[in-house]
Design a protein around this ligand. Structure first.
Ligand SMILES: Cc1cc2nc3c(=O)[nH]c(=O)nc-3n(C[C@H](O)[C@H](O)[C@H](O)COP(=O)(O)OP(=O)(O)OC[C@H]3O[C@@H](n4cnc5c(N)ncnc54)[C@H](O)[C@@H]3O)c2cc1C
Length: 322
């Protein structure tokens, strides 16, 4: 249902909301793709976020929550409804327990932990986006994921604020309970880190950042990896036998391996390209569209399906599609 004028009027009365109408979502996605949202709202604190959520839900309008837009494909037609973003980004610590609000940038949290001589997040340096989305998608890199250090997650379930301990978050590779409950909004997390020399952590982070920036230049309009990697033990035996041992890392087969076998590198469709050097990296050269992007994704999935009988699963999240 489109957003009614009366809904906008009610939202305008809530403090600490920044509201804009017919805002192009391409401004808020790293792909630089996405048509307009009826309303785009940034909420600077929990009470204003909850108040906005109640009004939007009561109005019957569609709702989507975003973070930094680094893992999103938004349709060219945009989103008929309200896009809500929680921007509160405080970070504090009590000894080795660090509390971060969901709107904080993950990189700010990584830098904070390193500065305070706390180990556990340094391998996540260079992963763009917010803390909230990192919990939602159990972000990680270089053999570690954020779930390893999460103690608790505070979230709003639509009627009350609740706290889940690590086990209740049901973390798996790029998965959490929050991905299966799209109406739950993460507000903050407590992370348990380990004391370590700050200079040692900084040097690990610097090494990782250097490699990452070569793979993902800062100006590249992309979402990192499009597809999730695959867990070797879960693949059909016939496929397992075709996978060379050298490509397996921590029990996972990079989806880039299968994509390479089907000739993905360097494919183009209008303004959307698959990187020549990485088959799981798709980017927008500037004028690409969501339609072109989705066509390439569908083409790659179908090639891998036909050749290996495998269904690749997107890591990226969609907004504004049926
Ligand atoms: C260059 C590049 C490199 C990348 N490298 C990595 C990598 O190494 N490892 C990795 O894991 N990821 C990587 N990514 C993907 C991306 O950085 C992560 O998925 C990141 O966690 C997304 O954060 P975001 O704030 O931009 O979320 P968005 O893209 O805005 O949203 C992603 C999802 O999170 C949900 N969400 C956001 N905030 C909340 C909240 N508060 N409560 C509930 N749900 C919420 C949204 O609804 C959406 O479904 C990379 C992306 C890029 C562009």
């Amino acid at each position: 249902m489109p957003v009614q004028h009366s809904t906008l009027q009610r939202l305008a009365q809530i403090p600490n909301l920044s509201i804009s109408e017919h805002t192009l979502l391409s401004r808020y996605t790293r792909f630089g793709i996405g048509g307009p949202a009826d309303l785009y709202i940034e909420a600077a604190d929990e009470p204003s976020f909850i108040a906005a959520l109640h009004i939007v839900r009561a109005s019957g309008a569609e709702l989507a929550v975003i973070g930094g837009g680094t893992n999103l494909i938004v349709s060219d037609a945009g989103f008929r409804g309200v896009v809500l973003r929680f921007t509160s980004g405080g970070i504090s610590n009590d000894g080795r327990i660090v509390t971060a609000q969901a709107g904080a940038e993950l990189q700010a949290l990584v830098d904070y932990a390193i500065r305070h001589g706390l180990r556990g997040l340094e391998t996540m340096t260079g992963i763009p986006g917010s803390v909230g989305a990192a919990i939602y998608g159990n972000a990680g890199a270089y053999g570690h994921s954020i779930n390893e250090v999460v103690r608790q997650v505070r979230f709003f379930d639509g009627s009350a604020i609740r706290t889940f301990e690590n086990a209740e978050c049901e973390f798996h590779y790029r998965e959490s309970v929050f991905k299966r409950h799209k109406a739950w909004m993460i507000f903050s997390t407590d992370l348990e880190l380990t004391p370590a020399p700050a200079d040692e952590l900084q040097s690990i982070a610097n090494g990782i950042l250097k490699v990452r920036l070569e793979k993902y230049p800062a100006s590249m309009k992309c979402a990192g990896s499009i597809f999730k990697n695959l867990i070797l033990a879960e693949l059909p035996e016939a496929v397992q036998r075709q996978v060379p041992q050298r490509v397996v890392r921590e029990g996972k087969v990079p989806s880039a391996y299968f994509l390479e076998q089907v000739g993905a590198k360097g494919i183009t469709n209008g303004g959307i390209h698959v990187a020549e050097y990485h088959a799981n990296l798709i980017y927008n050269t500037g004028q690409g569209t969501a339609r072109e992007l989705c066509e390439i994704i569908a083409d790659l999935k179908s090639r891998v399906q036909q050749r290996f009988g495998l269904t690749l699963e997107e890591e990226v999240q969609y907004i504004g599609f049926p």
